[in-house]
Design a protein around this ligand. Sequence first.
Ligand code: ATP
Ligand code: MG
Length: 652
Amino acid sequence: MKKTDFENLVIWKEKLRKYPIILKDLEKELYVLEPKSKKYKEIETKIKEHKQTFIVIEKKILKYEAKFFDIERGLYKGVAIDVQDKKKKKIPLYLKLSNLSNHVGYTGTTRVGKTKNMINDARQLAKAGWDVIIVDPKGGEDQEILNETVEASFQANRAEDFRYISPAFSDESEQMNLLFGMGDEEIASLIKNFAESVSGDGFFSEVVFQNTQAAVKGLSFVELATDPFGEYTQYLEEQELKRYLNLKMTKGLLHDVEINRWNKTKTPDDLFLLMQDENKNYKFLDSDIEIEFYQNRSMVTLKTLSKFVSFESLDNLRTLIKDSIPVPSIEIVGERKYNDIIRLKNEALLSLDLVLSEDNSILMKEEDRQKTKERLKENFVKISKSHSVLLSQLTFGDIGKVFSNVGINPLANRLLSEENGLIAVMQPFPMKYKTISNMSVMAILKSIESMMGLVGSSGRANKRRLAIMIDEAGSIMYNQIEDLFNKAGGLGVSMFVYTQSYEDYALKLGETCANVIRDNINTPIVMRMNHSKSAKEAAESVGTTLIYKNKFMAGSDTNVISSADRYSIDSVREAIATFEEINSLPIGMGFIRHDMKTYLVDFTYVPSLKNYPIEMPVLDTEKKVRHIAKYEDEILKSIAEVQNISLGVKVA
Ligand SMILES: Nc1ncnc2c1ncn2[C@@H]1O[C@H](COP(=O)(O)OP(=O)(O)OP(=O)(O)O)[C@@H](O)[C@H]1O
Ligand SMILES: [Mg+2]
């Protein structure tokens, strides 16, 4: 009888499982043999043959497995058995997309296939039209994830959706203003979080919150009062978008993908013209008002904000709001807007007074204010210095290029666009930029959270779901990421996290926050784990079952059965997968808890790309190190030459 595709797939997957063991055994044998011996040659030939066989097996698996990718049925994970199924029947396992809104969490020790799973998940979801943001803290020499993601976007016919974000390669990176679109409070609490994550000091971060809030609220008022209908702001934002697109056009490498697409319809010259400033003459609503444009609130960046945290700037802002900026008349703007402007003015002054004086100086006389001002200034200087140092970490150099060069947020544009999507790789490099890497991941995720929240609360949910996939998630966890796990599902965002064990989260966030994350992961996936403690925890995460045990309680001391004897049934919870099983899982296999069932899965085979087309440019620092290494080689070589000559050895 002809075998089904699934039967064939199972057969070839089993062959693959045996293959590496045989190869390893052969290689071990080879190791102890005398090269040139007959036996050595024999084994060498066998290894060659096996490698040939591997090519055949891989081809067959890819052929049969391709038939099972079917996003309508769900995210395909591989060949599985329901652990509690007595018949141990093999099935293709699909994770229902509707169940993924409450997040997927992988745990497994190193080299067991976490990243391969991430690539497999990303490929399928990109094909399904989801937006995907991958956080790749490792980067890695061969840039596997970057190359695979670019490949995945081509496979999904979405190459133009691809974006790269990294402070290390700032010239290749997408640039964005993460504060764009955030509310005043959101900006203040984001920067407060930065302060907390860097200093761990509650007082400092509270002051940072107050200062930032005062600055952004003040700027919000200025913007609304001078441009109540937002026309000028919109014009500035459009100009900024053009400037940004122009900037990108002059770049190469990863952006080629997008630019090529544009080029199909327009030549670069056309595009350049399109990007030119329209020279739109904007007239202020009331042409009598002559205010030098201060700082547009909508496009405030971390950099511009860092300039506002000094005592003088905030004090100037206060004076400006209090004395110089007129509130437009009710006839022009209408009652509702007028009330909004007045309310904002009061709020802004209140916030500014709060940080510029000891008590609420709205009630204070101006002379008293001046007296306390000098004393306050001294205290203020200390804190605002640390505050601006904090912000400058994110605004100088490479990081600044990524986060403060443009006023708008092109990533947000992609996520909100009806026509275009986003497939992004973010590489924060936590080994190189310790605190900043955490802050930049936090900032990006916060801005996404804020944007999705905005969309969600308007009731106009995004058309596409977004998957945020974090590889090596333990290394970039920041405080309050648990909020994202709590809220994301409802905002159309699914989190996929890949880490060695849940302890990674507890180490960074503390038990309570780590538990929030765990409670929000309703599809836990466990691969091999070595430590018994984490393996045991992992075993419990993929499901427990009630085991009933008869218990006999003798009613008397005698051996004779009496009516006082009792039988009772005790139930105990036991993990469905034992930790010994988890401990001995082979590479590429794991347990999945999904839809109330526990499966043992032989994961989808993910072949390595034949070549990695994307190679990152050499960084200046690397250049230096390479140069000096080469220089040392040269010196050592010439020393050797000199020594050889003195020993009378001829140098070839
Ligand atoms: N699904 C798979 N398909 C093909 N090969 C796999 C698969 N899973 C694991 N492998 C093999 O195992 C190796 C390690 O996989 P991977 O890099 O995904 O592990 P990891 O758990 O992410 O490891 P690390 O802790 O180093 O990041 C791969 O290079 C590959 O050879
Ligand atoms: Mg990995």
